[in-house]
Design a protein around this ligand. Structure first.
Ligand SMILES: [Zn+2]
Length: 238
């Protein structure tokens, strides 16, 4: 058995045995990491609040047969302002849930890690709202290789006569390719989604509330379709 160092952002944790917790993290080097924090359910735990969700921590791990055990934790970035605001906590929960759904164990995930870190930093700096979640989901889809076609037909690549959006075809379809597939798009929606996908989290484009809401609905359904699971925390955001 060996000692090793790693780091990660805490995604969630759950009780394990009498007094321990399994802490699930996203490591930039190793993807989803399941570790054991011993004795954390005692009030005198030496880890304190350092293993709360969203915390970016540096770890010393004792390698085990199945799960590695955390022997030391120090906080790299704690995102304290995010935690002081319920809307931001809910948004962070959605980001973490989506990341948890796509991350794989034993697979390097630097882009996914950096995306989550940027998302949490944006929330910590005061950015909040449906635009942020929509932009996050679209970037996440890109990182895992299922980015929706938004500016050209998903079937033939033509940028003209874009008519419908099809979840199963992977994005917009033109008049010629649509057949009976897809749902009709309101004007400006795909352009707005494309702008949200490209934008920095700290410089997200504004739009009228109903367009913002529709964009989030499409991004959410698209990601859920391709992950083949629903993201329950997004329901809270509507
Ligand atoms: Zn086409």
């Amino acid at each position: 058995m060996a000692i090793r160092n790693d780091q990660g952002i805490v995604l969630r944790s759950y009780p394990f045995g009498e007094a321990d917790r399994v802490v699930v993290l996203l490591s930039p080097n190793r993807g989803k990491l399941r570790t054991v924090a011993k004795g954390v359910r005692k009030t005198t735990s030496r880890f304190g609040g350092r293993l709360e969700p969203f915390t970016h921590v540096d770890l010393v791990l004792y390698e085990g047969k199945n799960l590695d055990t955390i022997t030391q934790v120090s906080i790299i970035e704690g995102f304290p302002r995010l935690r002081a605001d319920l809307d931001r906590v809910v948004a962070a929960g959605s980001m973490v849930e989506a990341v948890d759904a796509v991350a794989q164990e034993d697979e390097s995930s630097l882009r996914l890690f950096l995306l989550l870190q940027r998302g949490l930093r944006a929330l910590d700096s005061g950015v909040v709202g449906r635009q942020l979640i929509t932009s996050f989901l679209l970037k996440l889809a890109d990182v895992v290789g299922v980015a929706p076609a938004l500016e050209a037909c998903a079937a033939c690549g033509r940028p003209e006569e874009l008519a419908t959006f099809s979840f199963s075809s992977g994005g917009v379809l033109c008049q010629r390719c649509r057949g009976d597939r897809g749902m009709k798009l309101r004007p400006g929606l795909t352009e707005y989604l494309a702008a949200l996908e490209r934008a920095e989290f700290t410089d997200l484009p504004e739009a009228e509330p109903s367009l913002v809401s529709d964009a989030m609905g499409v991004a959410r359904r698209f990601v859920e379709y391709h992950l083949d699971r629903s993201l329950s925390s997004l329901a809270v955001l509507g």
